[in-house]
Design a binder for this molecule. Structure first.
Ligand SMILES: [Zn+2]
Length: 145
């Protein structure tokens, strides 16, 4: 499968670290971890999908994507900028068919289509107990758009 994933492993790890540290140091609207997971969060070990706010301590459920598709950078003749850390976003990733992870659903688009994400498909795994339907979902196109 052709991949647009051109981040190096150190770049990926820095994006994961920034994500978990953000959750450790800030209140993220729409994230409410169960008490049992609070110690993990406080140690900077919980990652969150920046769209559906699915939370987990295992990186296997997430992938790093381009905030702006690298295709656009190519069009702008500034392809190298596509790999800058500021252009990285952590999105949840499908492990099984039908999971509809935000990363796969976004593809090369700017936004994630509605009704996607492990927050909806894998409620059994989500460490975030904030009501799914009330999460802001910043990377989703507006419903009905
Ligand atoms: Zn997601």
């Amino acid at each position: 499968m052709a991949t647009r994933q051109n981040f190096s492993e150190p770049q990926r790890q820095s994006a994961f670290e920034a994500n978990a540290h953000w959750l450790r140091d800030h209140r993220v609207t729409g994230v409410e971890l169960a008490l049992a997971f609070e110690p993990l969060r406080q140690r900077g070990q919980v990652y969150y999908c920046e769209n559906c706010l699915f939370c987990h301590s295992d990186q296997v459920y997430f992938d790093i994507d381009h905030l702006v598709p690298d295709r656009s950078f190519r069009l702008w003749q500034k392809h190298v900028d596509a790999r800058e850390p500021i252009n990285m976003v952590v999105l949840c990733k499908s492990l099984e068919r039908g999971d509809l992870g935000c990363n796969q659903s976004k593809g090369a688009r700017l936004f994630v289509p509605p009704e996607r994400g492990l927050a909806l498909s894998r409620t059994d795994l989500d460490m975030n107990c904030f009501p799914v339907r009330q999460r802001p979902r910043e990377w989703e196109v507006a419903r009905g758009a």
